[in-house]
Design a protein around this ligand. Structure first.
Ligand SMILES: C[S@@+](CC[C@H](N)C(=O)[O-])C[C@H]1O[C@@H](n2cnc3c(N)ncnc32)[C@H](O)[C@@H]1O
Length: 360
């Protein structure tokens, strides 16, 4: 099988240079050999560690919140209610959510259809294996496919993802302060390794062009057209209910802070941050913070109302406070305390992850 690394090398040979977005797309998603196609188990054995890897509490708290939202809407809804997850990877988060609903909200559990949007046949296979005990799970390769197979139903419920948007391929730009213009970072090949190469990109501009006059030379910026287009599609799919994402991300103001001049692109190789983003293509995780201001605006332009935008710490702490009042997490043990601390502590996952909830 031809590897991600080899495919990128051939494309570079053909074109001289490829955009970084294309490099990242192939490194992460090349069929069969891209990073997310090979790495089945996040957490202990894999390189990427998410809130799901911490334990089942994350999914249980989300399940409690989802139940609250869906039950509050119950009177207004048609019988079919969907929880739509994208970026489900090996299906573990879906399993944690469904297990909790089955034991704590059996009526709601019997009414919902858990829908997974998964373009990769290989990941769908992992998910089907993890979720084989649940009969109310359905798979679609994308939103269009879901819409075309359910033409007469209005999509009610919740559309959500955890660490999906920050895993979409990004474009990477640099600011040439002397010439007052942006260039795009592409990828070329030198001897035996991939190297950065500048692509002149005179048409790229940021919205606030006054800001450009104060940017230092080589200021680096990533944009994620794929994440933005995904959020637009998700907003359209969410005909009644909530749209939610939990991701690494910043506001536009934070992205242009004077302390942050090198962008947010990171690679993780064997649990460690790797300095060389272009090394180990297909074998290391690559991620960049999303621009939450841009994402929020897209949802609002599609008619959604922003209900919450804050840290994961605040989001989960508010859920736990509601859950404690309703006695939903009565048998709390030290393992859950440890998980909750990891999920909410600012030095762990509490501050780096932000949560955006929009509704229609
Ligand atoms: C960082 S992982 C997060 C996995 C999981 N949600 C978790 O929190 O552990 C990102 C996942 O999104 C998947 N993904 C990428 N593009 C996707 C798309 N267009 N639709 C659905 N999933 C996608 C990746 O393959 C990967 O499994």
């Amino acid at each position: 099988m031809i590897t991600a690394n080899e495919t990128i090398r051939r494309e570079v040979e053909k074109h001289g240079v490829v955009s970084f977005a294309r490099f990242m797309e192939l490194a992460l998603y090349h069929p069969g050999t891209g990073y997310y196609e090979r790495e089945k188990s996040p957490g202990k054995r894999g390189d990427f560690y998410t809130s799901v890897s911490v334990g089942s509490l994350f999914g249980e708290l989300l399940a409690f919140q989802f139940a609250e939202w869906l039950e509050a809407e119950a009177g207004n809804q048609k019988p079919e209610v969907r929880i739509i997850e994208a970026g489900a990877h090996d299906g573990q988060l879906a399993k944690d959510i469904l297990n909790w609903l089955q034991s704590h909200r059996p009526k709601l559990f019997s009414e919902i259809n858990y829908t997974i949007i998964e373009p990769s046949p290989c990941r769908q296979k992992w998910q089907r294996e993890t979720l084989k005990d649940f009969k109310n799970v359905e798979w679609f390769s994308n939103f269009e496919n879901l819409k075309s197979k359910t033409p007469n139903s209005k999509l009610n419920g919740i559309v959500f993802s955890n660490e999906l948007l920050d895993a979409f391929p990004v474009r990477r730009f640099g600011w040439n302060a002397k010439e007052k213009k942006w260039f795009e970072w592409g990828v070329s090949f030198d001897g035996d390794k991939f190297v950065w190469a500048k692509i002149q990109n005179p048409e790229f501009r940021i919205q606030n062009s006054e800001l450009e006059s104060v940017l230092p030379d080589n200021f680096t910026l990533e944009t994620s057209p794929a994440a933005e287009s995904w959020w637009r599609d998700a907003s359209k799919i969410c005909e009644r209910g909530k749209l939610l994402t939990l991701d690494y991300g910043l506001t536009t103001e934070e992205i242009f802070s004077p302390a942050r001049t090198n962008g947010t692109l990171r690679a993780y190789f064997k649990h460690r941050v790797s300095d060389d983003i272009l090394a180990n293509a297909g074998e290391q995780d690559i991620t960049a913070h999303i621009n939450f201001s841009a994402i929020q605006k897209i949802g609002e332009d599609e008619g959604l109302i922003t209900e919450f935008f804050d840290t994961q710490s605040k989001f989960l702490t508010e859920i736990l406070a509601k859950a404690a009042k309703s006695n939903s997490f009565r048998e709390w043990n030290s393992n859950q305390t440890r998980q909750f601390q990891t999920l909410t502590h600012p030095e762990h996952l509490g501050r780096a992850f932000r949560v955006l909830v929009q509704s229609r």
